[in-house]
Ligand binder design. Structure first.
Ligand code: ADP
Ligand code: MG
Length: 346
């Protein structure tokens, strides 16, 4: 290695924390009174607002693979997926704390790369990184635990449980691409392991790979919904594939759902890559994961407010409680029960 990388053990825990502290942007939220440096951060939540709290744990080898995922992207994604949970409550993110376990094979510069990605995401979403904890990882794997705080007006809070009969079922963006991105990256990794001279050419896969490596939380849609004066009756983010999220929403709300297959938003690139990999793009949308789009319901009476929005697609509607269950309505008119794991259409 040509560069002079600093071994972690040459700095010690406090030295590392000092370096990381320098990589973190100074607090900008009015509600952050004290950030990194004391025993605890000090916050002043906005009077009258509700606070939301969410934690995500990311473990190397389970949630990310450093053979194809640069540390800067891991940092960005770690923040984005937490912000996505805050967005799914229709709330705005305010602060984050970061727990880190890092093995000796990482250099100080590598950990700084991770923080550079987190900093970019914090800036993108306007959230303050106000503290954390750092420890060594005897097994060597990198572990990142992020807890995000957010705020929302009580009247705008969106839980999973409020969907009603006949509500419209909506999704943001498009689905299935992140799963295909992962398949492409895994294919290239296997080719590289078999032949170290293999040079991956990912130009044809830019969109799906970017959806996998660098997802965005849909805070833009949270703001759009406020501008449109729409409060979703229920909302959650799509981390595990549309099918299982629709089922979560139905169970929490005590209703059923009809999802129309031909309404599913699939990007052109998703269709192309799915065809090349011999995968069904509808199955990728239903059972792939990590899209981090929002799934929400709105009353039928608010159809006019959302129907022309380019980032929002109406994919179906909610059924009566006595029809509990969620169905995929195929173009030929069949109703196939949605299942969380797999989909047996044929
Ligand atoms: P303590 O011994 O009380 O846990 P630390 O020495 O671990 O204190 O932390 C000192 C300060 O640095 C605290 O404000 C803490 O929130 C912050 N900190 C520690 N680790 C991290 C990290 N990985 N990222 C961000 N802040 C951190
Ligand atoms: Mg500590």
């Amino acid at each position: 290695m040509a560069e002079n990388l600093t071994p972690l053990d040459s700095l010690g825990e406090f030295g590392l924390i000092d370096r990381l502290r320098a990589s973190v942007a100074p607090p900008r939220q009015a509600s952050t009174l004290v950030g990194i440096g004391d025993d605890a951060a000090v916050l002043h939540p906005t009077a009258g607002l509700r606070q939301v709290v969410s934690t995500d744990l990311l473990l190397e080898g389970v949630h990310f693979d450093l053979t194809f995922c640069p540390l800067k992207h891991v940092g960005y994604k770690a923040v984005a997926v937490n912000v996505s949970d805050v967005a799914a409550m229709n709330a705005r993110p305010t602060q984050l704390v970061v727990g880190l376990a890092v093995g000796a094979r990482f250099s100080v510069e590598a950990v700084e790369e991770l923080y550079a990605g987190m900093r970019l995401a914090c800036e993108a979403y306007g959230v303050d990184l106000v503290g954390g904890d750092t420890t060594s990882s005897p097994g060597g794997h990198l572990l990142i635990s992020i807890t995000a705080l957010g705020e929302v007006e009580e009247a705008r809070l969106a839980r999973r449980s409020g969907a009603q009969l006949n509500d419209l079922l909506c999704v943001t963006g498009d689905l299935g691409a992140a799963y295909l991105g992962l398949q492409v990256l895994n294919r290239e990794k296997q080719a590289f392991l078999a032949d170290p001279d293999h040079r991956p050419d990912l130009d044809a896969y830019t969109y799906v790979v970017q959806r996998q490596l660098r997802p965005e939380a849909r805070m833009d849609v949270v703001h759009t919904l406020a501008e449109l004066d729409v409060v979703p009756t229920a909302m959650l983010d799509i981390s595990d594939g549309l099918a299982s999220e629709v089922l979560h929403l139905c169970r929490a709300s005590g209703v059923g759902a009809a999802v129309y297959q031909e309404k599913l938003p699939l990007a052109e690139e998703t269709l192309d890559v799915a065809e090349e990999l011999h995968l069904d793009p509808v199955t990728c949308a239903l059972n792939g994961g990590e899209d981090y789009e929002l799934l929400f319901t709105v009353p039928l009476a608010q159809h006019d407010r959302i129907r022309n929005h380019p980032d929002i697609t109406i994919i179906g509607h909610m059924l009566a409680a006595d029809q509990r269950g969620a169905f995929l309505m195929t173009p030929s008119g069949n109703a196939i029960p949605l299942t969380a794991q797999g989909w047996t259409a044929f």
